[in-house]
Design a binder for this molecule. Structure first.
Ligand code: NAD
Length: 254
């Protein structure tokens, strides 16, 4: 029960890694405000969390909208009175190279991944500052570090998240608020299946292309990324801030 008595806000919980974080946090006793733009998927995760004995509320919100971001923080305060943990996991997966990308593509991917993350932080941080306590975990990607062909839009947004993490870690260290990034390698989620469809490959063809890039020669599971988020969110990582934790099966060192 590593998160007993703690309140967490987790975005992008309707699928994949976010759903795994919500379930993992429930196992560890957190009270949660779960956020997703997709109401049906968000309510499905909420039901799973409650079935597992977790205490949670669901908020439908688009993190790229200022009013929605403000509402996320306010809902957490209204439901539970304080916020100990924020996990910025929701993301847009627009992956396009420089020549093909239109302004709207940049606006969409940065709107969610960078501006959305920053907006939710903007409204949550004052509540953490008041109590001089908080842990923020931003979900980046190995794509923020390595170059992948025709990925400029997404990769640069993920690189920006790592920089945002370091800037926030410095600004809020005096308030005992830690800020870190988890950088997954390839984790099998709904995003993977969208990518397989986009590339016109079978699952096996795609897996055989992608898995060997990881030293461990396999794809990661959502729960493996969630475990890293749990560590950085919890007090077990109390002297860790401004860091990037790779959960990439050794990909970037390969
Ligand atoms: N799957 C991977 O291989 C992989 C690798 C590296 C990093 N990541 C990162 O992990 C995180 C989760 O990825 P995933 O694979 O689980 O994705 P996913 O597409 O399976 O789930 C993302 C969730 O975020 C929600 N969402 C999207 N835009 C939103 C918005 N504007 N407001 C609120 N919710 C929104 C979606 O509805 C969805 O439920 C992302 O930050 C992603 O960049 C994933």
């Amino acid at each position: 029960m590593r998160l007993k008595g703690q309140t967490a806000v987790v975005t992008g919980i309707g699928a994949g890694i976010g759903e795994a974080i919500a379930l993992r946090f429930a196992e560890e006793g957190a009270r949660q405000v779960l956020v997703d733009i997709n109401k049906a998927n968000g309510e499905r995760t909420l039901a799973k969390v409650r079935d597992a004995g977790g205490e949670a509320q669901f908020v439908t919100a688009d993190i790229s909208k200022d009013e929605d971001a403000r509402q996320i923080a306010q809902s957490a305060i209204d439901y539970f009175g304080h916020i100990d943990i924020l996990v910025n996991n929701a993301a847009d997966f627009t992956q396009i190279g420089i020549e093909a990308a239109k302004l709207e593509d940049w606006q969409r991917v940065f709107g969610v991944n960078v501006f959305g993350t920053a907006l939710v932080c903007k409204y949550v941080v004052p509540h953490m500052k008041e109590r001089r306590r908080g842990s923020i975990v931003n979900v980046g990607s190995m794509s923020g570090i390595i170059a992948q062909r025709d990925f400029a839009t997404y990769s640069s947004s993920k690189g920006a998240i790592q920089t945002l993490t370091r800037c926030m870690a410095l600004d809020y260290a005096p308030f005992n608020i830690r800020v870190n990034t988890v950088c997954p390698g390839c984790i099998l989620t709904s995003a993977s299946y969208r990518e397989i469809e986009r590339l016109g490959l079978t699952f096996e063809q795609w897996r055989d292309q992608v898995a060997p890039g990881h030293m461990l020669n396999r794809l990661g599971e959502p729960r493996e990324a969630a475990n890293a988020v749990l560590f950085l969110a919890s007090d077990e990582s109390s002297f860790i801030t401004a860091t990037d934790l790779m959960v990439d099966g050794g990909y970037i060192a390969h």
